[in-house]
Design a protein around this ligand. Structure first.
Ligand code: 8YV
Length: 326
């Protein structure tokens, strides 16, 4: 008998067809957003789950779904997984690294440029019919080329952004990370390691690319924003909750920093109401990895993790291989 799996959100039809060759598939092509109780109900009798960042796999879910053996996340981030609880329950977790690195770095760079050059703010002005003349300082932003790019979190995506800045735009690139990169990797990225305070104080454009964890909650709050240059921009493509969004909105309103670009939000898809009224912020709905080819590669990797583990006993990108007893 084929193992049973749940595909918790709508996904590419070709990925569903691939999964159906190996599994009894219950899918959610209507993309209904289930409550935790509904998710538990849908997971009954399932050995595998294809999840996205929106489905929380908590201790309560694990306790209520004893047949579950693997959750394959269609995301590189996995803060929707209670990983220790999954390991304790013998449930394997997988994510989708590498396949989205360059696409997400492209977006982070684009958001930084849009923020620095005030693209959203000036477009709103134009659409509102307010453009009636040229003026020497109209929507004058800040330079990107030759400026100092700061990166907080220097994993794969941070490194890909650093290379774009250093090699493409002649930027001075500085970074801070839990652990310093080795010298050859730093040289390839054209990036120099600095303390978190130095990063905040020196960056003209600061991009956040660190993973979310409870320790990373509000890594950027009022105190950190106060250390930044009043001309600086801040971009968050990491996770909601890493920035204190209320403090950021206040900082933007009071000229503590010049502008921000945000793809992720605390409590998304809700957005802090103050951010919606601040003019100098570019807001996008968590789309940094959203190209069709990258989203397909992510879905295929998640599917291949389910097939790899439940059919062949070997997942491709496990997060907690220790969950599986030898
Ligand atoms: C996903 C992401 O689109 O991979 C990640 O961690 O944030 C995005 O690429 C999102 O998490 C949906 O699963």
């Amino acid at each position: 008998m084929k193992p049973s799996i749940l595909v918790a959100r709508a996904v590419f039809p070709e990925v569903l067809s691939q999964l159906a060759q190996h599994f009894e598939v219950t899918s959610n092509q209507d993309d209904v957003l289930w409550t935790p109780a509904q998710l538990i109900q849908q997971l009954q009798g399932k050995q595998g789950a294809f999840t996205t960042g929106s489905e929380r796999i908590s201790q309560a879910v694990l306790a209520a779904c004893p047949d579950l053996k693997i959750c394959a996340n269609m995301a590189v981030g996995f803060n929707n997984f209670e990983l220790d609880a999954m390991t304790a329950a013998g449930v394997l977790a997988t994510n989708t690294p590498d396949v989205l690195t360059e696409t997400t770095a492209d977006f982070g760079f684009a958001l930084m440029m849009a923020t620095a050059r005030r693209m959203a703010e000036s477009e709103h002005f134009l659409r509102a019919g307010l453009w009636n003349r040229w003026r020497y300082d109209m929507f004058a932003g800040s330079e990107v080329h030759g400026s100092t790019l700061g990166i907080l979190g220097m994993g794969r995506i941070g490194q890909a952004i650093a290379k774009r800045g250093a090699h493409g735009f002649g930027m001075k690139v500085i970074y801070h990370n839990r652990s310093r990169l080795d010298a050859p990797t730093e040289a390839a990225c054209g990036a120099a390691y600095v303390s978190k305070s130095e990063l905040l104080q020196q960056a003209d454009h600061l991009i956040l690319v660190l993973p979310y964890s409870p320790e990373a909650h509000h890594t950027i709050g009022a105190a950190e924003l106060a250390q930044m240059k009043p001309t600086a921009t801040l971009v968050n493509i990491a996770r909601g909750g890493i920035v204190d969004d209320a403090a950021l909105a206040a900082a933007l309103n009071h000229g503590i920093i010049a502008a921000a670009g945000l793809d992720v939000f605390e409590g998304e898809p809700k957005v802090h109401p103050d951010l919606l009224t601040v003019p100098n912020v570019v807001l996008t709905p968590h789309i940094a990895s959203a190209t069709m080819s990258t989203r397909l590669a992510m879905a295929q990797l998640a599917a291949n993790n389910l097939i790899g583990y439940l059919v062949h006993g070997k997942p491709l990108t496990p997060l907690n291989p220790q969950a599986v007893k030898a």
